[in-house]
Design a protein around this ligand. Structure first.
Ligand SMILES: [Zn+2]
Length: 378
């Protein structure tokens, strides 16, 4: 058993400084996980991710199942070996992408039937299948299949999705534990996912039902999909209040720099988001002074680094004027440099958050970040 989680310190508000241990290394929490959708963090080499200090990345089950296929990945030694990444990997269940990307999906109690967005082939994703694919990929942390619905949702729809999510979580847990028993070892941690849309009582009910299944960790899903930030926070709080204190909590698909400390204060330990990598490809640079839209004409002759306070290798070497030129010229290097800096910004931001929790000044850190982001770059 190479998995463990320890809360090292909890501050007055409830923010946790923790440490997650996996067979592929230690993850200091609160942690941000860069998204490596198709076994690659877009426009970054793994060498760069290592240099940046990423301790865990996320892979998407839906994409890897359709291409290159989980059996091929297993044959080539699992996802870590396939993509030459020795540090930790979390895989999602594929549910979110099935609900957002695929065509002609039909949800039944059995699972979700869908057509691939690549070639139109029909597939059936069940709770057992999602667990099987992730076991084949060999990620360190696997997620159960949940039913994702659009928000805001009518109460009846949210209730039905919650009921199905719990039933699927039971099946996924049973299948996973049976596989572990047959293999004689636990090669992976499986997390449950709290749903319940924007209904506080459904969020609590979902958390209670999942806690009974005794997962080693829990995610809060279906949030930050368009609802106001206050609602995201309230729904997260409803869940985290009921989740076991000694287990890791993962808020899926967040967040913006000025919001991250709020989630951490609610007791969230892990987060993932495409924001730093996607924004980088669209010339949006995250800096200590706020967002810099580097295509803006005001940077055409700017000899300063992307962020004067940043210690990343891009900021040590290149200017805003040069990066603006690369984007204007459509050079691939533009995305590579911008992504490198943005991922550094996020990972360094999490280091500062962990330090703030240790020194008991997370609230002060958070209000300073919010003020800077509201003011924008000088
Ligand atoms: Zn930088």
């Amino acid at each position: 058993m190479n998995f463990s989680f320890a809360v090292l310190k909890t501050d007055a508000a409830g923010a946790r400084r923790g440490r997650l241990t996996t067979p592929h290394g230690i993850i200091e929490t609160p942690a941000f996980m860069p998204v490596g959708t198709q076994a690659a963090v877009k426009s970054l080499r793994n060498e760069a991710l290592e240099e940046l200090g990423a301790q865990i990345i996320l892979g998407n089950t839906y994409h890897l199942y359709l291409r290159p296929g989980h059996q091929l990945v297993r044959k080539l030694g699992g996802l870590h070996r396939f993509m030459s990444w020795d540090r930790a990997i979390l895989t999602d269940s594929g549910g979110y992408q099935v609900f957002s990307l695929s065509e002609l999906r039909k949800v039944t109690d059995e699972g979700v039937r869908f057509r691939s967005h690549l070639d139109g082939a029909e597939h059936l994703l069940t709770p057992e299948k999602a667990a099987e694919i992730q076991l084949a990929l060999g990620s360190d942390i696997a997620m159960v299949l949940d039913e994702c619905i659009e928000t805001p949702a009518p109460r009846q729809t949210a209730e039905a999705a919650l009921e199905r999510t719990t039933a699927w979580a039971k099946r996924a847990r049973r299948y996973f534990l049976e596989c572990a028993r047959q293999n004689g070892r636990l090669s992976q941690w499986q997390f449950g996912i709290v749903q319940g849309a924007t209904f506080p009582d459904l969020r609590r009910l979902s958390a209670q039902q999942l806690v009974e299944l005794d997962f080693p960790g829990y995610a809060v899903g279906g949030l930050a999909v368009g609802e106001p930030h206050e609602v995201t926070c309230e729904m997260t709080a409803q869940a985290t209040e009921l989740l076991p204190r000694e287990k890791p909590r993962y808020l899926m698909g967040v967040g913006r720099p000025e919001q991250i400390a709020d989630y951490v204060a609610l007791g969230i330990d892990m987060m993932d988001c495409v924001l730093p990598t996607r924004a980088a490809r669209h010339a949006c640079i995250y800096t200590s002074q706020g967002r810099v839209l580097i295509r803006n004409a005001r940077y055409a002759q700017d000899p300063s680094p992307l962020d004067p306070e940043c210690r990343c290798s891009v900021c040590q070497r290149y200017t805003r004027a040069y990066l603006r030129h690369l984007f204007a010229a459509g050079e691939l290097t533009a995305a590579i440099l911008a992504t490198h800096h943005n991922v550094h910004f996020y990972l360094d931001f999490m280091r500062q958050i962990r330090e703030a929790i240790e020194f008991g000044n997370l609230a002060k850190f958070s209000s300073e970040v919010q003020a800077r982001y509201a003011a924008g770059p000088a």
